[in-house]
Design a protein. Structure first.
Length: 194
């Protein structure tokens, strides 16, 4: 029993780090928003500090994830997936993957209020692949300006200055896959028929 508890607690640090990196936050930003000191956050992520409820609750609230996701609690027998949307700057992201680290999948809905907005390009570590389900998305990558419609996809290194919003003032629905730097999507081509 003790070894099971140790393995669960040992996995918390990597989950915390993966969530922070996925959200492009620094330790200082997480500290300011959660009230947990930078040194404590660093020790939690590295496994040098044992997690407790007093530390994990404000972090779970900040990341918008259930406490169960932080500690990797075993399933309770309820087969339903309880997706919790994350809202940020006029976008709603619904996580479709439940494991920390690796490629993360989201269904995103972008409000239709970005038309006419001057792009504010951003850069961060990672690699993104997006597929448009509905609507028109304006995607600015460095000096290139694209409009993507339903059924179109784009992929790019997020160290390239980028910005995206609705192209026509109407909502956009898309699937987004985001991975760490150097981690790309693997697309298998249909085999040739002889």
């Amino acid at each position: 029993m003790a070894s099971d508890l140790d393995s669960v607690l040992d996995a918390v640090g990597p989950r915390l780090r993966a969530l922070r990196v996925q959200r492009n936050l620094t330790l200082g930003e997480v500290s300011a928003a959660s009230g947990v000191s930078v040194s404590t956050l660093s020790r939690l992520e590295s496994g040098r500090r044992r997690p407790n409820l007093e530390l994990l609750l404000p972090i779970a609230q900040l990341y918008g994830v259930p406490l169960d996701d932080l500690v990797g609690a075993p399933p309770t027998g309820d087969p339903r997936i309880h997706l919790r949307p994350i809202e940020h700057h006029g976008m709603t992201a619904i996580p479709l993957t439940r494991r920390p680290g690796g490629v993360q999948a989201f269904k995103m809905v972008i409000a239709g209020d970005g038309r006419g907005t001057e792009p504010e390009l951003q850069v961060h570590e990672g690699y993104e692949w997006m597929y448009i389900l509905n609507g028109s998305l304006r995607l600015v990558l460095a000096d290139n300006d694209f409009v993507l419609g339903p059924g179109e996809a784009a992929e790019f290194d997020t160290r390239t200055p980028h910005w995206f919003a609705s192209a026509d003032g109407k909502p956009v629905e898309m699937i987004s896959l985001f991975g760490q730097q150097g981690e790309r999507m693997h697309v298998r081509a249909r085999p040739k028929r002889s």
